[in-house]
Design a binder for this molecule. Structure first.
Ligand code: CP
Ligand code: NVA
Length: 322
């Protein structure tokens, strides 16, 4: 059966290390030569589409961009039938969807048919795992630059804002590599109790001392951390709630006062697009402690690792780790 990448918990902590190592491997070869990769987008994208297309090209494959309305997931035909059709032309199916369940139905249909085509989540209402791999690569670079060393075990991250798709995948990735994660969000927008259990179980399974804590005070969350992360307050698909959300998130802007409270050396991440003056101050996202452009560039590095890992044999995956 194929491996899929719908959320970080589709891989173990060691497999995540393999993906990170493949992402940064000097030479992977044309592992997708002669193969197509379908890229279905139900929502807009700048970084994800471009980084994935270029990663596919870098691995010798041929990306095919498909707008959501062309295939009409669960409208023109069931998501399962879209997947079965695309799998007859492509080596990997990547999709950005409104409903995470559509990705699960695509993966289940292919598994049920015995079709060896992985499905990759390019963002859903629940998760953004490819972003989280890029975030780990960025954190590794940034923390190694500021503090020395090359690992993330024992380092800390504060996520401030909406505990959304990006937050959930980031927190999962971070606890899997042994980071301590604090999430500061207002009532109604915090991680759900089920998410906390899921993250704590993953931290235990990884056995690397990672932890997760849900807080409401952003100043308490950022105290002494190595990195601060934020994302938009209104995600794609939630536009009708934007006024209500603007009010709910008052006091959660990552601004100079919050950065000051984090202490010296904290770096700032944002998956982008950024709304200056809402979830992040212009002086912070454009300031010297922001690593957002390195992070955006790592979207391509990350996709290289994820796609190459998915088509590699178990022996090839294991072979990338020392
Ligand atoms: N961070 C991210 O996924 O950006 P896009 O929505 O532009 O792809
Ligand atoms: N949480 C945001 C991330 C965009 C990359 C959204 O889902 O719109």
């Amino acid at each position: 059966m194929s491996r899929h990448f719908l959320e970080l918990d589709d891989v173990s902590a060691v497999e995540l290390d393999q993906i990170l190592a493949m992402a940064e491997a000097a030479e992977l070869g044309p592992v997708l030569a002669g193969n197509g990769v379908a890229l279905v987008f139900e929502k807009p994208s700048n970084r994800t589409r471009n980084s994935t297309e270029m990663a596919v090209v870098g691995l010798g494959g041929h990306p095919v961009y498909i707008q959501g309305h062309e295939v009409g997931l669960d409208m023109r035909e069931p998501a399962a039938d879209v997947a079965r059709t695309l799998a007859s032309y492509h080596r990997i199916i990547c999709a950005r969807v409104f409903d995470h369940g559509a990705l699960e139905r695509m993966a289940d249909a292919l598994d049920g048919d015995g079709t060896e085509v992985p499905v990759v989540n390019l963002l859903s209402d629940r998760a953004h795992p490819c972003q989280a791999v890029a975030d780990l690569l960025t954190l590794r670079d940034a923390i190694a630059t500021v503090k020395g060393g090359d690992g993330l075990v024992g380092h800390s991250l504060a996520y401030v804002g909406d505990a959304n798709n990006v937050c959930r995948s980031l927190a999962m990735a971070a606890v899997m590599v042994g980071m301590d994660v604090r999430v500061a969000a207002p009532d109604g927008y915090q991680l759900l109790p089920g998410d906390l259990d899921w993250l704590e179980d993953a931290a235990r399974a990884a056995g690397r001392s990672g932890s997760v804590e849900a807080l409401s005070d952003p100043f308490e969350a950022v105290d002494g951390v190595d990195a601060i992360y934020t994302d938009v307050w209104t995600s794609m698909g939630q536009e009708a709630e934007s006024l209500e959300r603007l009010a709910a998130f008052e006091g959660y802007c990552v601004d100079d006062a919050l950065l000051e409270a984090a202490g010296e050396g904290a770096v700032v991440l944002h998956c982008l697009p950024a709304h200056r003056g809402e979830e992040i101050a212009a002086s912070v996202v454009d300031g010297e402690r922001s690593v957002v452009w390195r992070q955006a560039a790592h979207r391509r590095t990350a996709m290289r690792g994820i796609l190459a890992w998915l088509v590699a044999t178990p022996a090839e995956r294991a072979g990338v780790l020392p």
